[in-house]
Design a protein around this ligand. Sequence first.
Ligand code: DQA
Length: 144
Amino acid sequence: MRVLVIHGPNLNLLGERQPEIYGSQTLGEINEFIRTSAADLGVDIECAQYNGEGEIIDAIHAARESFDAIVINPGAYSHYSYAIADAIAAVPIPVVEAHLSNIASREAHRRISVTAAACTGSVSGFGANSYILALRAALKIQGK
Ligand code: DQA
């Protein structure tokens, strides 16, 4: 089972970016945590981060050729990118959305995720554990 983890815009600044909301772990530390958990689950993982909407769309398209599932945190694009939502809907592999913060309890503009609506499901509010829960969900969807 191969899973692509996509981190969206501004997540490269984790650790220094609003730690009161997103925690003090850097993206590198979170990726290490994801890799360790993935190894325990027997999942082959690749982690990528993009700030650009088009780069995320390209990565989603390409993943359909070589991955069994995608875990994605589209960052702020979650709230308005119909282009990323369309890309998610266009690929045959399951896509699970993950958010560090609980977007349902934040500002009004963050409470809607148009990309989550195109995903199989979403996990929000558990910090870095959201990615692991999303990974487990992807495994379950694929019957692994
Ligand atoms: C986020 C939530 C988004 O609203 C925000 O724009 C982010 C991070 C999260 O993981 O909690 O960049 O996706």
